[in-house]
Design a protein around this ligand. Sequence first.
Ligand code: NAD
Length: 474
Amino acid sequence: MAQTYPCLIDGELVTTDTTLEVLNPANEQVVGLVPACGKDELDRAVAAARRAFKSWRKTSAEERQKVVQGIAAAIKANADELFRLLTTEQGKPHAQAQQEIYGAAGLVAAQSTLTLDDVINQDDDTRLSRTRRVPVGVVGGIVPWNFPVMMAMQKIAPALIAGCTIVLKPSPFTPLTTLRIAELIKDVVPAGVVNIITGEDSLGPLITGHPDIDKITFTGSTATGKKIMEGAAKDLKRITLELGGNDASIVLPDADVAKVAEQLFWSSFSNAGQVCIAAKRIYIHEDIYDELSQAIAEYARNVKVGDGSQQGTGVGPIQNKKQFDRVCELIQDAKDNGYKFLVGGDVDPSGSGYYVPITVLDNPPEDARIVAEEQFGPVMPLMKFSTTEEAIERANNSEYGLAGAVWTSDPDKGVEIAEQLETGTVWVNEFMHLSPFAPFGGHKQSGFGAEYGIEGLKEFTYPQVITVKRNAFA
Ligand code: NAD
């Protein structure tokens, strides 16, 4: 019988009579059970968070910083156990799971150093006017399955630093590592300040609609993000939405083919392509298209797809059956339309585990589903372009606007192009780098608001302006 991982409500570890099974995507075996929380557990968690908010909001910045740093330390001290558990439930190779765990600890520690200082608006003989930031209250955090720990921590840390308390719901596909962290921080965080509850997707709308939650911070698909916005409108909850993307990379003819091939590969295939900011459309200048596409294909053929816990695995399985079916459908659509495959394309349905081979497509048309839709899998369409203007136009031709990249040996030219891309983040000659001190958020249908940095922190607060009239009764 698989182990049951309890939830954290009001400082107590809690289980329920009914549980949900969590599968290892590498072999479809049950690796853990988690509580199937419903309205009762949610109400208890929200009530605890509301009670805790009364005193937590009054703590000093230093006290809050200390608690948040305690969370980072607990993750770091148990990193070995946590990254192995993460691979077991999420599928990503050990090295990438390790990066996520250490990255989450680092992010939490970095976020703990952020402060929201008062701003003086006016200070003269007439009046003193000051803007301070006050916490919004109880936060509902909803998290996806691709980076379960990082996403949970990027919600918990700023919420606490801002003076809020939180009720967090992991994805039902990947709740185990987060619940293990809940156990580790039970005595680090005051009761009720952090509550973590698990349940089916149906628990999500209960959180969005809960009358005693003041703000929702959500990472997941654009479709769910729209439902959350609708649900939150009822009582005008504050919202932050980090949603899908269909990021484009533009490779100029002066790029160093040998060096760029490997980086482009990993910009698409890290975490089996299940990254919101993965490169999902690669536009390569026609002068270097043949050489670079061959170099990428060559590199791809040497990367092993397999169980993430096995040494030598570079790309793990797709995290869940639903996503596996979707990626297979997109590949089948490309086959049905006669698009050319440079690598992969043949999914082996026998055996257990949700494995999709590394798949690289050779110049499919712009309206191919595999180009126009977010694949969220180990798939990389390479497309040829002739002029920079054309590449920019094609890159911007998307409802999404999360991130993008430009590859060139002329960084000034790269920046000139970057400034014309309609996305929240653009890299020149690198990929997926996020700073805890810079805002991360999507343009267009990739999001609403931002996480990270001071801008992200502000989203957990309201501005309050206090104005004192001077010499009023003189
Ligand atoms: P999803 O939207 O299906 O689920 C995300 C979370 O929302 C889960 O916890 C789920 O249980 C919950 N949920 C489902 N229905 C809900 C509802 N009606 N109301 C409230 N909550 C609900 O997304 P996913 O499949 O877990 O994640 C993949 C998507 O997430 C991709 O589109 C990806 O691009 C996006 N993503 C975005 C970012 C970013 O920072 N922009 C990061 C990671 C993933």
